[in-house]
Design a protein around this ligand. Structure first.
Ligand SMILES: [Zn+2]
Length: 149
């Protein structure tokens, strides 16, 4: 299996359809497709996928972290730095769950991993992200708690 880079994926030849897809299609792939194929291990697997994605996207500092997340329309992040090892990232308009009805189950594992992966590049440390809030748990944003180690 070949390894591809972000630059490989940027080569898009769709003169009539362009480079945007409906969010509904993304959510079918993400929430139904991936979760059904991966089954009970979907949370951990999606987090690992997100981590790889976040490492590939990367970021130099918190400002570029925020602008990349927004440009890629993953969501609109607000970052609170608690101390040297702890951050809280609130994600408004989350790509996966914004607008979703209450289910009591949080499933933004891939987004959690993307955030951790990007912050690893910002801080040059390992990062672990845990989702604490979501539209599906009764909030109007997603929230992730990050540990740097
Ligand atoms: Zn979310």
């Amino acid at each position: 299996m070949k390894d591809y880079t972000v630059d490989d994926l940027r080569r898009i030849a769709r003169p009539r359809l362009g480079d945007k897809i409906p969010l509904e299609l993304f959510r079918i792939l993400r929430i139904i497709g991936m979760r059904e194929i991966l089954g009970d291990s979907s949370g951990a697997a999606l987090y690992m996928i997100g981590k790889k994605v976040g490492n590939m996207i990367g970021a130099d500092d918190i400002d570029s972290f925020k602008s990349r997340i927004t440009e890629l329309k993953i969501g609109i992040p607000e970052v609170e730095i608690l101390d040297d090892d702890h951050l809280v990232v609130k994600l408004y308009e989350c790509i996966t769950c914004a607008g979703f009805s209450y289910t009591g189950e949080m499933f933004c594992d891939m987004e959690s991993g993307i955030i951790a992966g990007m912050l690893e590049k910002v801080y040059n440390k390992k990062a672990r992200s845990t989702q604490k809030k979501s539209w599906t748990a009764g909030y109007n944003y997603c929230e992730f708690h990050i540990l740097l180690y």
